[in-house]
Structure formats: C-alpha cells, structure tokens
Ligand binder design. Sequence first.
Ligand SMILES: [Zn+2]
Length: 247
Amino acid sequence: MFQALPPTRYDLCFSLGGIPVRVHPLFWLIALLLGSSGDLWTIPLWIFVVFVSVLVHELGHALAFRFYGIRSQIVLHAMGGLTIPEAAPWGAGWARVSPSPKQEIVISLAGPFAGFAFAALVMFGVTLAGGALFTSRLFGILPLPLTAFLPFGGNLLSVFVTMLLFVNVFWGIFNLLPVFPLDGGQVTRNVLIQYDPWDGARKALWISVIAGGVIALLGLFVMRSLYVALLFGILAFQSYQSLQSRY
Ligand SMILES: [Zn+2]
C-alpha cells in the first residue's frame, strides 16, 4: 500500500539541494480527492498546499539521512510521500548503509518535526506581517493557533496560510501516532527494540493494532470522519496480518 509506484512518463522530476524528487501523477489525483469537500476555488490552492507540505515532511527525512551520510531520493505517490535511502559507496564496494535503531528514530521524527518547524516559521511570518492567529481545537481537544488572518492579500492569502498551518501541524501529529507504517509506528518499534531486541518488533505491532483500532473508533464516533475510521481500520488490520504471518 505504501510501496513506491514504478516511474511513468507523466512523472514530475526535479532536484532539491541535491536530493532527487519524483512526483507520480496519482499524487495529484489523491491530493484533489482529499480536498474535494472544499469550495471549488480553493481546490488548486489545496493541492499546492498538500504538495508543499508533503515535500517539506519528506525533506526532513532526506536531510536526516544526509546527516548520517546516507543519500536518499523522495517519491510523492498516491498514498503520500516516501524517502528512499540509496546505495552509497561503503568500503571497497557499494553497499546499502543501514542506520542504527537510534538513527532510525531521528530519521523518522525528522519528517513530522520539519512540518512543525515550517508551521512555526509561517506563524512567525503571519505575526511579522501584522496578521492574527486564532486558536482552533484539534480533534476537539488540542487548542492550536491554526487559523490565520492577514491584513492584505484578501481572503485567498488567509485561506492559503490557514491550510498550510493545518496540514503541517495536523498531519504531523497524525504521523506520530504509534501505527504502522506511519513515522510514529517506526519510532515505537525502534524504541522497543532498544529495550527488548528479541520481542520489541512484535510488541510494536500489537501497539499498532490496538492504537489503530482505537483511533478508527474515535474517528467514526468522535471526529465523525469516515476517512479517518477507514484509514486507521485498514492500518490496524494490516498490522494484525503482519503479526499472524510473522509470529
Ligand atoms: Zn514521514
């Protein structure tokens, strides 16, 4: 489900700071579907916000890989983004340099935290420009200053900045949940492996099943989002299948 799709002739390819980026055509379609509930005029804006935000997230992973001397490439595909480490020169020949569990934790956290840092920068920019930030409650609980109002640029700019803040903070928090294959699931596994090298990976899968199931129920009954319920229901089931096939 989260595997990279093979290259197509419609891929958008470019490079950012020496990191190759490939955007699969289905990425735009999924971004469009996720934003289809908004007003018609906000849809291109929404797609651009999703593109920038997923790119910032993956750049966080890619820069963390680079910090540990591992080259990587970014692929934006139908289910979001992926940062794939490349084979790197190592010793006499070529081998894939695999990061230690501690390094993996930093690499996983770098994605969501790149988004949080980006959101903080945007908030700073709004304040500097004389704009205002209003608090909205995330999940109906967490109060966060995610609604922006700017004194210029009309409604368009304020909506754009509000979308940027929402996606970078909201998706970042979601990504930190201890469910596979989200970044939070990877962090949980690598933390548990430190303390329990034999059974840590299995325990992380059980946490993923339980957390995924609980979030699916919260999505359905509290957030009233069929999308959240389905997504986490599927992820919990996939973790359960991994448990059945591996242990
Ligand atoms: Zn990530």
